[in-house]
Design a protein around this ligand. Sequence first.
Ligand code: ADP
Ligand code: MG
Length: 244
Amino acid sequence: MRKEAVIAIRNINHYYGKGALKRQILFDINLDIYPGEIVIMTGPSGSGKTTLLSLIGGLRSVQEGSLKFLGVELSGASQSQLVQIRRSIGYIFQAHNLLGFLTARQNVQMAVELNNHVAPEEAIAHAQAMLQAVGLENRVNYYPDNLSGGQKQRIAIARALVNNPPLVLADEPTAALDKQSGRDVVEIMQRLAKEQGTAILLVTHDNRILDIADRIVEMEDGLLARDSQSVVISYESGTSGEKP
Ligand code: ADP
Ligand code: MG
């Protein structure tokens, strides 16, 4: 048996606007993501990727359908339940969203302190270990402005993963990076996710990083048009009949 899904989405529809301006953006979305799985979502601009990510992250209320995070239904959830769920998710955005008046270490440390009641020394040690894991042990006391785009994004990864969340949502994390830094950033995410058993849902336009995915799903005009897992399963059942 597989472990419980981190995310289980059933028949999600989503709309923006009201009355005559109401427009459907997501159509009958179904998607499961399992612990430790790296799922890449591709698709043209405007196809609904960020909208879906914000629903999964509890940043927007579910309008129609069911969305469960570790078995907890987000549809109809209260604001305080949503806040609780947001705490259990790591976020990485295109713009790193670091606080410019805090050093690399303080940015990561703050994420520890917001989530846990720990002594400052413990939060500092934890933040430093995480910055080491992303290769920034020599930059812990730097301010974001004095670091490259790739380094800033690595701080954002350290911050997203420092509390060992079951799920990380990354919205075009390499969009502002050159080819090599983009590659480095996703490889670090991949390694840490595998070490920690974290599931990652990563939205990208960047075809050069598709190989880090366990699965690729494609959004088109608000529909999940293709899920590479279905291809794998039908192929497996047609040959050995057994999953590895
Ligand atoms: P993607 O991330 O794939 O580019 P989005 O989810 O951002 O797609 O947007 C999907 C569609 O919804 C687009 O047509 C966009 O213009 C529209 N949209 C996104 N956010 C809002 C909003 N807050 N209000 C109204 N329309 C929106
Ligand atoms: Mg988007």
